[in-house]
Design a protein. Structure first.
Length: 255
């Protein structure tokens, strides 16, 4: 733990020194608009992991599946190596559920998806590797909006019925964002970025319930989805075109 602490202190010191140096130089920075796509990877080290819930003879295993995020990105340059990044994105998270009633040898499998809209504000620090290649890391937060609750039913009119339901805890929530990646910059072709990021919600995102119904019997199990996620990041920023020459050509009404 001491080594980890020393390592973190060294990183913070380097980043702080870089920030101070950049602020003092006061170099004019460019702003960019671009697009991003993020496949959400179901890894249990940081993100949500499979978990089991049950009630009586009924058990369910809920597992995260591949999801995605896409949207627009605005990068506001502060200095040559400092920037703020924001935008808006659409996110779809996917989960599967395996039902099991051992006493009756009844099995079932279904899926459930929920969506949210993400408005991040991240502070970026760049490390210049060459004239065109940069490494950057960022830290920030996101405002998250959840538009609806979700529900999936197997065999709704049959004797044996399975239900998977998710209810938002609130319309709005917040995430903590962290990111690291590399980018290639070209004046004519734009900026191409590849990285990896993680998001940790401040509070759980969904309260879930799985249910098994048979005639008049009903078994319900409850839990929550925390919503942590890991993604690969692909971004493209449109080239910054500087206007040259006069912005207004003189005409007959010009004095």
């Amino acid at each position: 733990m001491n080594r980890i602490g020393i390592f973190l202190i060294m990183i913070i010191t380097v980043l702080y020194s870089e920030v101070i140096a950049q602020v003092k130089t006061k170099k004019k920075a460019d702003n960019y608009f671009g697009f991003q796509y993020k496949p959400l990877i179901p890894v249990s080290v940081v993100g949500d992991r499979p978990f089991e819930i049950g009630e009586g003879p009924f058990t369910s295993v809920v597992s995260p599946r591949l999801g995605y995020t896409y949207g627009g990105v605005v990068r506001i340059g502060l200095t040559e190596l400092l920037a703020i990044e924001t935008g808006i994105s659409y996110t779809k998270r996917n989960f599967s559920v395996d039902y099991d009633v051992p006493d009756s040898s009844i099995l079932g499998k279904d899926g459930l998806s929920y969506i949210n809209f993400d408005i991040p504000i991240n502070f970026l620090v760049y490390i210049k590797l060459s004239d065109r290649f940069y490494m950057n890391s960022s830290l920030g937060t996101s405002l998250i909006y959840y538009p609806s609750n979700v529900r999936a039913v197997i065999n709704p009119e049959g004797t044996h019925q399975f239900i998977f339901e998710g209810r938002r805890l609130s319309f709005f929530s917040a995430d903590i964002n962290a990111n690291v990646g590399f980018e290639f910059r070209s004046e004519k072709k734009g900026i191409f970025y590849v990285g990896i990021s993680g998001k940790i919600p401040v509070t759980p995102v969904l309260r879930i319930a799985t249910e098994y119904r048979y005639d008049t019997e009903k078994f319900v199990a409850f839990s929550e989805i925390q919503g942590a996620q890991v993604s690969f990041d692909f971004k493209y920023f449109i080239p910054y075109v500087k206007n040259k020459g006069s912005q207004f050509k003189g005409g007959p009404i010009e004095q």
